[in-house]
Design a protein. Structure first.
Ligand code: ZN
Length: 457
């Protein structure tokens, strides 16, 4: 069994020096010992930090990042962006999905994410027929994760309607649309595929309260294993809240709570426009709020009141969603900075127990992310998987920083190439700042993007 010796490691109780970490052949941590002599250990030359779980990804949207930044409507918004996104969703093939997802997952690993929850609703071929008996899209995403070496929580997503009150879907949504029965059959079809791949598991998912009825949600919950996480987009846009008020006479989460009791399995994605009472309810039920600050900024969604939510003991995690940003430090910085710009204050998400903003953000999102992915990650600790990042202590900006400020310096002063190496399940995937198959994946991605963009033009 390999024993790693790190001069500095961030353990559950904070920074420790001279840490020996024993990892078993399955990539699980079996022991950590601080103040170790280093004898018979592989010596590492950086500071170890747990790898970040990414709780919200739509891998195919990476293919359009940067292509929606020109004004095509008098009032560009989430809804006009969505039209463009549908064009990509209608066109992409399983092979293109594999290449785009594999390269994206390589970028996520280099950016500090070691596991990802894929919120997947491209269930059908471009004519609207299911991929069966082999689900080629699921297989493409799963292989991409295996080949890049990132852990995966696959979330097949139920998507049946185009709006509240069971409004019929549009032609543009034909690759997403399933009945409850089709969804449950798909889950049974892909279960063995995911179960056969290391560091992969599944969860349940509802696209949104626009796309599913309460009856569908309760029926699916009865069928799914009760240790699966459950994800849902909610209250991302004010228009969605207004529609809910018009149709149901109440706000989305309040309406959901009348049909389903939320618990720690739930991950509410965005939740931007929750009311104060809804935030209180979500915090009490120990649900994770899945924040994607760079995408929420990109789409003009609004700002979640994270100060209030954390003060109530609420749980949060981060996701890169549309992948306009694939870097942990940038995502966390966006999270804190949106709160500062709103409150006109500094260090908004720090607390009395954790006065370092970087440390508080990291601890909260590691814990919330691990809960949302239902994977044994988020800590360098016995019983957790050996998923970690090695910060480069040869970087002069970090070398001269005391450990009390190291996380803040990494996350807020953003030294270039601060992450020197990344391990997932006991295997190094990034070394010297670069993923081991990046060059090969880059050529294949170029070919895939060329064919996708030709098909789109
Ligand atoms: Zn999303």
């Amino acid at each position: 069994m390999p024993h790693y010796f790190a001069p500095l490691a961030y353990l559950p109780t904070g920074w420790h020096s001279d840490v020996c970490i024993e990892v078993d052949p399955n990539g699980m941590i079996v022991a950590t010992t601080a103040n170790h002599s280093g004898e018979n250990c592989q010596r590492l030359s950086g500071a170890l930090v747990p790898g970040m779980p990414n709780l919200h990804s739509h891998a195919f949207q990476r293919a359009m990042a940067g292509l929606s930044e020109q004004r095509n409507h008098p009032h560009d918004s989430f809804w006009s962006w969505r039209e463009q996104m549908y064009q990509v969703a209608l066109t992409i093939t399983p092979e293109q999905m594999y290449q785009i997802a594999r390269y994206l997952y390589i970028e996520l690993l280099e950016g500090g994410y070691t596991s990802v929850a894929e919120f997947h609703y491209l269930h059908h071929d471009p004519t609207g027929q299911p991929y069966a008996p082999v689900d080629e899209m699921v297989d493409a995403i799963s292989r991409a994760a295996t080949d890049a070496g990132i852990a995966l929580t696959l979330l097949p997503t139920l998507y049946s309607y185009s709006d509240f009150a069971s409004a019929p879907p549009s032609q543009m949504q034909r690759r997403f649309i399933q009945s409850t029965e089709q969804y449950l059959r798909q889950i049974e079809r892909i279960k063995p595929l995911i179960a056969g791949r290391a560091q992969q598991r599944m969860g349940g998912c509802f696209h949104s309260l626009r796309a599913c009825t309460a009856q569908q949600i309760t029926q699916v919950l009865e069928e799914l294993p009760n240790d699966w996480p459950i994800h849902l987009h909610i209250s991302e846009q004010q228009q969605e809240v207004n529609r809910s008020l018009a149709v149901h006479g109440t706000t989305p989460l309040h309406w959901l709570s009348e049909h389903v009791e939320l618990d720690a399995r739930w991950c509410l994605i965005h939740a931007t426009h929750l009311s104060e009472a809804e935030r209180h309810y979500a915090a009490c039920q120990q649900a994770v709020i899945g924040l994607c600050p760079s995408t929420e900024a990109s789409l003009g969604d609004g700002i979640f009141n994270a100060v209030d939510y954390l003060a109530q003991g609420g749980r949060i995690g981060i996701g890169s969603d549309s992948h306009v940003c694939t870097d942990v430090s940038e995502e966390l910085r966006w999270l804190e900075y949106t709160q500062r710009l709103t409150a006109q204050q500094r260090n908004c998400l720090a607390s009395r127990a954790h006065p370092s903003t970087g440390e508080r953000l990291l601890r909260a999102t590691l814990q919330g992310g691990a809960q949302a992915l239902a994977q044994p990650v988020g800590q360098i600790n016995t019983g957790f998987r050996a998923d970690w990042l090695m910060l480069d202590l040869d970087n002069p900006w970090l070398m001269q920083t005391p450990s009390t400020h190291l996380l803040d310096s990494w996350l807020f002063a953003h030294p270039k190439r601060a992450i020197k190496a990344v391990m997932v399940a006991g295997r190094w995937r990034v070394q010297s700042g670069e993923h081991d198959i990046k060059a090969q994946a880059s050529q294949a991605l170029t070919d895939a993007l060329r064919s996708l963009r030709q098909a789109l033009s």
